[in-house]
Design a binder for this molecule. Structure first.
Ligand code: ADP
Ligand code: MG
Length: 391
């Protein structure tokens, strides 16, 4: 059922469960700029993209929760009153984690059949997990007759992934999956969770290039970066008591105290402080139509992630370099946590297909790896999929 089209989902559900479903959807995302800033209370600028997780749901007469995915065989069956309290290392964990969080938020759960069909590529760094969580949350709560504010939905999906699945992700993915808007990026203040929609010119496409590698390294890299940021805050707050996170540190304050910080901590902090500034600057450039400057900021972001934060890798650098000089290229960088995953490129719409081909063949020539390349644009966030809904 993997190659199912989204509009075939109602029929598949009816065949499987003999009932007409409501269908909810939530998108994957790509981050344009603002990397490793979220856990420093900073700014990120992602867009939702037009790949969605679709969740079809209908109530059952009993108190069972049945979960099926078109990507996997078999099904998971639970009693809603006795959901497992530990993960099973299965995809169903994301849904069960969300169900626990909904209960905690006062949403009563009842028996349901749930069928997931997702277009978001799995494990490519486009956040198939957040898409699945958000679509499931909207689907499950719809049966209760209660509706939580969307911000709370985003937060509880993050908590599900943090606490139940055990992945220490920030709020960005779930937030933009909820609040994304066609033709826009979303500037998120990761401290206050205020956000602002930033129009992307319609003539600009996103070309997302997957390096197809994921270097696990020692595994502790992410925690090490977080600890280094915290150490920077600890030292700097002795000089500036108001500082709670790197978000509060200016470039001047940081450079003045370079000699008070271990060299490596200084470099990590410099990335975060400058990346926050670049993200806010990019928003201004989108508003003024200065796409060339956006491109320069993306390049600077990549170099900083490579040289100061040191989370790039040979393949990401090769993919970024492969884009330079190709017709239609505006700007590009690694996107996501690093050590593999994808690059994001802003490309003129008229050239985006030829750009995708050229970058893929250049990357293949450099590395011997055939990449997945996705051409897409900023899409709407989560909601009821009206045209397929059983009313
Ligand atoms: P990413 O979010 O970058 O795609 P993650 O490892 O965070 O990668 O999440 C991927 C996991 O989400 C998969 O291993 C699977 O458990 C779950 N998942 C994603 N898409 C589907 C799907 N169509 N059906 C079932 N589970 C899915
Ligand atoms: Mg994920």
């Amino acid at each position: 059922m993997k190659n199912l089209k989204a509009n075939e989902l109602p029929q598949v559900f009816e065949r499987e469960f003999h009932a007409r479903p409501k269908i909810f959807r939530a998108p994957g995302r790509v981050n344009l700029i603002g990397e490793h800033t979220d856990y420093n209370d900073g700014f990120v600028l992602p867009s939702a993209i037009g790949f969605y997780a679709h969740v079809a749901i209908a109530p059952r007469a009993d108190e069972k929760l049945i979960l099926k995915s078109t990507a996997y065989d078999g099904q998971f069956e639970y009693d809603v009153a006795r959901l497992p309290d530990k993960k099973q290392d299965e995809w169903a964990d994301y849904v069960v984690g969300v169900a626990h969080q909904l209960k905690r938020a006062g949403i009563p759960l009842s028996g349901a059949n749930l069928l997931l069909h997702s277009e978001v590529p799995v494990g490519s760094g486009l956040s198939s997990s957040a898409a699945l969580e958000v679509a499931s949350a909207l689907a499950l709560q719809s049966l209760s007759g209660k509706t939580l504010p969307l911000k709370q939905v985003a937060k509880l999906c993050q908590s599900a992934e943090n606490e139940f699945v055990g992945a220490h992700v920030g709020i960005m993915d779930q937030f933009v999956s909820c609040f994304g808007k066609e033709g826009h990026a979303v500037l998120i203040d990761c401290r206050s969770l205020d956000f602002q929609l930033v129009p992307i010119p319609p003539a600009v496409d996103f070309v997302i290039c997957n390096t197809m590698v994921k270097h696990e390294l020692s595994g502790g890299e992410y925690n090490e970066r977080r600890a280094q940021c915290e150490e920077g805050v600890r030292v700097l707050s002795k000089f500036y008591p108001g500082i709670k996170a790197l978000r509060d540190v200016s470039a001047e304050q940081l450079t003045k105290h370079e000699s008070d910080l271990p060299a490596i901590v200084y470099r990590r902090c410099l990335h975060v402080v400058e990346e926050n500034a670049r993200t806010l600057e990019a928003v201004k450039c989108f508003a003024s139509g200065d796409l060339a400057k956006v491109g320069m900021l993306m390049r600077a972001s990549h170099e900083s992630l490579r040289d100061l934060y040191q989370v790039s890798c040979i393949e990401l650098d090769a993919m970024v370099e492969s884009a330079h000089g190709v017709a239609g290229f505006i700007g590009g960088r690694m996107t996501g946590g690093g050590f593999g995953g994808c690059t994001i490129n802003l490309v003129e719409h008229t050239n985006s297909q030829s750009f995708a081909k050229a970058v893929a063949s250049r990357y293949k020539a450099k590395t011997g790896i055939t990449p997945d390349v996705f051409v897409c644009s900023a899409a709407n966030g989560a909601g009821l999929e009206a045209e397929h809904a059983a009313v």
